[in-house]
Design a protein around this ligand. Structure first.
Ligand code: SAM
Length: 239
């Protein structure tokens, strides 16, 4: 099935998004290999936490948006534990989406920062390793919350720039590889989408290098700097 929006000229996107979609179009055929490597190096714990969260709340027939779906790895996984879900895969890169053709569901070529959906269209919104690649991660998460149904759930994973000198130095090679290979800038506190309440959580892994966040419809993502120490953040690192 062709992606909805496939005719839209990428020139309507900002320069950053245009460069990112071009980069991922070029990387699409080898992406799954690097994804597996990324999970082994750093990403697995946060992604497993997200999938566990999704499996705990997803209902039969749930409307799921995979925002920045790439080659559909997450959607594929979700359909294994809830095959009756209706999945929409959205991405900027037509090439990445073309590698998700085995995933049943609609494919939409669009930006996470300007979702082409009505308010309250989805029961679950998931987004893994996407916010590092967009020019305004907070705007993207506000869009996730806008399209979320009143009792719905948003889950996302992302990488953060470590705060300590030694952690920063130790992760430099990884951050450099992700930046130049996959347009990913590990998020600094002034770009991190956050909200703190008893219905949300942020779990951190690898000393804060990766995180998994759960939000509900009532959550709000403001422009304020992420407080230090971070509110209600649970470190899931093994001692
Ligand atoms: C690191 S990949 C992650 C893909 C997938 N979520 C996964 O877990 O494998 C980042 C994806 O985000 C997409 N992307 C980047 N910026 C985007 C934007 N503004 N809107 C939609 N997709 C975007 C890229 O095309 C790419 O497919």
């Amino acid at each position: 099935m062709p992606a909805r929006g496939a005719e839209s000229p990428l020139s309507v996107l900002d320069a950053h998004s245009g460069a990112v979609s071009e980069l991922y179009d070029g990387a699409a055929s080898s992406y799954e290999h690097y994804r597996a490597l990324w999970l082994r190096l750093a990403g697995a714990s946060a992604e497993e936490a997200m999938l566990a969260d999704v499996s705990a709340v997803i209902r039969p027939g749930a409307r799921v948006l995979d925002a920045g779906a790439g080659t559909g790895a997450l959607a594929r996984e979700i359909l294994t534990f809830e095959p009756s879900a209706t999945v929409t895969l959205l991405d900027l890169s037509a090439e990445m989406l073309s590698h998700a053709e085995d995933v049943p569901g609609e494919r939409v070529l669009a930006s996470v920062m300007d979702l082409p959906f009505d308010d309250e269209s989805f029961d679950v919104v998931v987004s893994s390793w996407v916010l590092e690649t967009v020019s305004d991660p907070r705007r993207a998460v506000r869009e996730y919350l806008r399209v979320l149904a009143p009792e719905g759930h948003v889950f996302y994973t992302f990488c953060s720039q470590p705060q300590g000198f030694f952690s920063r130095a130790g992760s430099l090679w990884l951050r450099t590889a992700v930046k130049y290979g996959f347009a990913g800038e590990f998020l600094k506190p002034d770009r991190t989408p956050w909200h703190d309440c008893e219905r949300s959580h942020r779990w951190r892994f690898h000393g804060g290098l990766t995180s998994e966040v759960a939000l509900r419809k009532c959550c709000e993502v403001g422009d304020g700097l992420l407080p230090v120490p971070e509110p209600s953040t649970v470190s899931k690192d093994t001692p």
